[in-house]
Design a protein around this ligand. Sequence first.
Ligand code: PXL
Length: 278
Amino acid sequence: MKRLLTIQDLSCVGQCSTTVALPLVSACGVECAVLPPAILSNHTAPGFKGWSFCDLTSELPKVESKWVEQGIRFDAFYTGYVCESHIDPILSIMRTCAEPGAIRIIDPAMADNGALYRGFAADFPSKMARLCRGADYLLPNLTEAALLTGEDPVRFGAGTARPRREDIERLISKLHELGVRNVVLTGVSFDEESLGTAVSDGKLVKYDFNMRNPRNSHGTGDVFASVFAGAILRGKSAFDAAALAADIVCAAIEATPADHWYGVSFEKVIPSLVAALQ
Ligand code: PXL
């Protein structure tokens, strides 16, 4: 069994980051170790009125040295929502605790709908870009992709934005120039009805679309990235992993009760994920 380390916050309530990654990566049949660089009472998206934030930056080198002492290494790293102070310690852990050939899956979780999440400074994307360099798979949404490449996040990522194929492919080339091997861009849409991903290995861009669900759901990026990471470690191609992840996201949105506002009910679709990877 492959062993993956996910590094992203622990939001105690909210169905995002670590509380999504641990069950979904495990359901894929991949061992999931966790390293939360911060603990929050809940996520920071609108709906919650506030949040507590316990920063664990100073713990990261201590954890790393214990792992190095004991020869604990990982086949893959999957990072999500992190803050500026976490980036150098994470880069160090990904160097010192890697099995030979370990892969890096980076979700630059910092923005959506044309804007940075609350709490991030305007220059944060340039810090996140340092974490993206050397990624085997980079999983931005359109807003994050624009912010990482100096493009206009509103033009690409706001609700009404519908960039053309040539714009999408320019964005993807710029993401490869950051030092990324494979780009999996989410939130791509060329018409009203569909929403999908563009998957690029630097030579060819392939698109996959599902029916758009008009509901505005939170935490879907984390569901997508977690299933993608698990499926990659189970030997799927980037395109097949992205297509499976998108199907699971759609099913999770559909399974979510109408009055459930802070996340999606991914728990209900775990059986179909397990079956898909059997
Ligand atoms: O789902 C991304 C995410 C993760 N962690 C925290 C968040 C968000 C999005 O808002 O606030 C703490």
